[in-house]
Design a protein around this ligand. Structure first.
Ligand SMILES: Nc1ncnc2c1ncn2[C@@H]1O[C@H](COP(=O)(O)OP(=O)(O)OP(=O)(O)O)[C@@H](O)[C@H]1O
Ligand SMILES: [Mg+2]
Length: 312
């Protein structure tokens, strides 16, 4: 099996308005392949069609056109659901049950025996950062972030090969986000495939191998995050941060280097050069004027710039 997920010309129209006469094309001709064993980020602004795509893949609604395969099975073949997990955008539970009961119930649906259910429940509720004292609380007494954690735990009850997470970090505080981030990274380490939608750019940078960006239902960009962020013209340019020297005192010398530029910073300056071969010259100038090197890194388009460009 080459791809974990294969989406082919998938479209979804909703009928809305009075007598359902208006049609909204929420997803428009999406073609996308996701290789196994990676964390795939599914991005796009509000209303771009991320949830529509995931719900269609989960067979919670039917596509208008196109098809998709998960683990080699057509999405119409729901038997494959035994091997996948899904955490919806706003997980909804029967909230008079406790977290433990919800997990146990779902484990039973998957045909797990009592002792497996119990150990798996404990392992997962711990992994999503829910304290043991809360396991016996009814979910109606849970906070939004706690419910999000139960949502994530339940999506993993059957030890799925692929897990679909719709905004898994929403409602979590910074500590919670870090815990969930580690949990998701751990899934990749176990060889699982994660397909997640999110708005949180720092999580995408920390986690995702590849991304796809949707704009008004259409694919706007896709590929390895590193490649997308590396804009063509700037691909070999470097940014050199130096401390302890004022930009103005070395500006003339720096600008003597072809294509180089310098800008002041509170504790020094930032110098852009076109190529690695100019580093030595910059370092010599810096040292001779009493400054020191703080960092060197490739000039990349920020994820925020990419996101704004591809979603607006
Ligand atoms: N059940 C529905 N009936 C009619 N229109 C819908 C329905 N669900 C979604 N839409 C519309 O489809 C479009 C895509 O919505 P969708 O929920 O997939 O976006 P999203 O990318 O998940 O956004 P968000 O980031 O806000 O969660 C929107 O224009 C939305 O109004
Ligand atoms: Mg959504």
């Amino acid at each position: 099996m080459e791809y974990a997920i294969e989406i082919k010309n998938l479209s979804k129209e909703y009928e809305t308005g009075f007598l359902k006469k208006k049609r909204v094309r929420a997803l428009d001709d999406l073609t996308l392949n996701v290789a196994p064993g990676q964390i795939f980020g599914f991005l796009g602004g509000n209303g771009a069609g991320k949830t529509t795509t995931i719900k269609t893949l989960m067979r919670l609604q039917f596509p208008t056109e196109g098809s998709a395969r998960i683990l080699g099975h057509d999405i119409a073949d729901v038997s494959m659901h035994a091997r996948i997990g899904y955490c919806p955008e706003n997980p909804y539970f029967y909230d008079y049950l406790t977290a433990r009961e919800v997990m146990d119930y779902l484990g039973e649906l998957f045909g797990m025996n009592r002792s497996t259910r119990s150990s798996r429940t404990e392992e997962l509720l711990t992994a999503v950062g829910l304290e043991e004292k809360d396991w016996k609380k009814q979910l109606r007494k849970y906070s939004k972030g706690m419910l999000q954690r139960v949502g994530l735990a339940q999506s993993l009850i059957n030890d799925p090969e692929i897990v679909f997470l719709d905004e898994p970090m929403s409602g979590l505080d910074p500590v919670g986000r870090r815990e969930i981030r580690e949990l998701i990274a751990g899934l990749r380490a176990k060889g699982k495939t994660v397909f997640m939608s999110t708005h949180i750019l720092s999580d995408i940078e920390a986690l995702c191998d590849e991304v796809a960006i949707l704009r008004r239902g259409k694919l706007a960009a896709s590929g390895r995050l590193d490649d997308l962020l590396m804009s063509d013209e700037a691909s070999r340019a470097l940014e050199v941060n130096i401390h302890g020297v004022a930009a103005e005192s070395i500006r003339e010398q720096i600008e003597f280097i072809a294509g180089a530029s310098i800008e002041p910073r509170p504790n020094g300056a930032v110098i852009q050069i076109l190529d690695e071969s100019d580093i030595d010259a910059v370092l010599t100038i810096t040292r001779e004027s009493g400054g020191r090197l703080a960092s060197i890194h490739p000039v990349k388009q920020s994820l925020e710039e990419l996101f704004v460009k591809e979603t607006s």
